[in-house]
Design a protein. Structure first.
Length: 361
């Protein structure tokens, strides 16, 4: 797609009790080298002076305000804001974050090249440690050579602060209710609909990190499964469904076998012999299931007492995925496509700012 002029940019800012930070977010938009055409701030039931501060910006920025008497949640507030946008693109900004001056220009440059979905790269920041460049764990995603849809259902590679086509957003049904990960659910549907994708090569979005910004009470595996199961039930893309199931397996581990009916693996390939070829010696009868998209699924306790899960391509000795159940997660030890392996490493500074680890000296 060629543009005769720059696509117009509309910014969506959901906020609840954000009086402490909202001025900084709006000031960062005013400081952009490329101006935005519309800013929609959705007050989601604030009890502080958030909206008084926002309205003071209406003679400085093209700000539109919406207010909810009761909180509806961040995804619902974003959806509400997008409904009144009149711009070509949607640019997300959380009320306690801010963007560097070249952010909009950089995102637009990438959008012109890939007019669908654009992901920024983040700095992490808080008052104690300031701006810290995130380590490139998520920067490595997506990998090259594997379709984007197959990778997005393994792990969300789109960062907070994305830009996307408003028209395409509407065509896939926009935000919809899930327990968590509403953004990821949207990105999956945009990519499945064929949205071109681009990712920035340097950080321009400052993501505020605090203990309050991350809820340890949320079981992310459970909420991720809700998104993945919904996609699996809706999609007609065979490769996408198989990849999504690998995403489920890497979250559930050996418990995945409980989803499958007992089955007899290929008569040609004995289960025990197939496991021995991987140096796995069962100490009890393996549990066997057949997944029509993945193949023969075998859960077993080995001679060391470790719980193992192995998936073979149906009727062959080719390993699709193998792994060991750890106390806190499922560790993949082999996978047929490295692009479909989940990355678990937490960024060092993200852990520091959340109070989970000491800073490096």
């Amino acid at each position: 797609m060629e543009f005769t002029q720059d696509p117009s940019v509309g910014v969506i800012i959901p906020v609840k009790d954000g009086a402490r930070f909202i001025d900084q977010a709006l000031a960062s938009l005013k400081a952009q080298t490329h101006p935005v055409q519309q800013v929609v701030v959705v007050d989601d039931g604030s009890s502080d002076e958030t909206m008084e501060k926002v309205k003071a910006w209406q003679h400085i920025l093209p700000v539109v305000t919406l207010s909810n008497s009761k909180a509806r949640g961040i995804w619902a507030a974003r959806k509400q804001g997008i409904e009144v946008l009149e711009t070509d693109t949607v640019l997300q900004l959380d009320a306690d974050d801010f963007v560097l001056p070249e952010h909009v220009a950089k995102m637009l440059q990438l959008y012109r090249e890939a007019p669908g979905l654009v992901s920024p790269v983040q700095f992490f920041w808080n008052e104690q440690y300031g701006l810290r460049e995130s380590e490139p764990v998520k920067w490595k995603l997506p990998g090259n050579g594997t379709p984007l849809l197959q990778q997005i259902v393994i792990q969300n590679y789109v960062s907070v602060g994305a830009m996307y086509s408003r028209e395409l957003y509407l065509s896939v049904g926009g935000y919809r209710e899930t327990t968590f990960a509403q953004d990821w659910d949207l990105w999956i549907r945009l990519i499945a609909a064929g949205a071109p994708f681009a990712k920035a090569d340097h950080p321009s979005y400052a993501y505020r990190v605090s203990k309050q910004s991350y809820s340890g009470a949320i079981d992310r595996n459970f909420t991720d499964l809700e998104v993945l199961d919904r996609f699996i039930n809706e999609t007609t893309a065979t490769d996408g469904r198989a990849a999504a199931k690998l995403g489920v397996v890497q979250r559930m581990g050996v418990e995945y076998i409980q989803r499958l009916q007992d089955a007899t693996c290929s008569k040609v390939h004995d289960v025990t012999q197939r496991l021995k070829a991987l140096d796995i010696v069962p100490i009890e009868a393996p549990r066997v299931g057949l997944d029509p998209d993945l193949g023969d699924v075998i859960a077993v306790k080995d001679s060391r007492g470790a719980e193992r899960l192995v998936i073979f391509e149906a009727g062959t000795d080719e390993v699709v995925l193998a792994g060991t159940q750890q106390e806190d997660r499922f560790e993949v030890t082999a996978i047929h496509n490295p692009d479909l392996r989940m990355l678990f490493a937490e960024d060092h500074w993200l852990g520091v700012m959340r109070g989970n680890r000491a800073p490096r000296i």
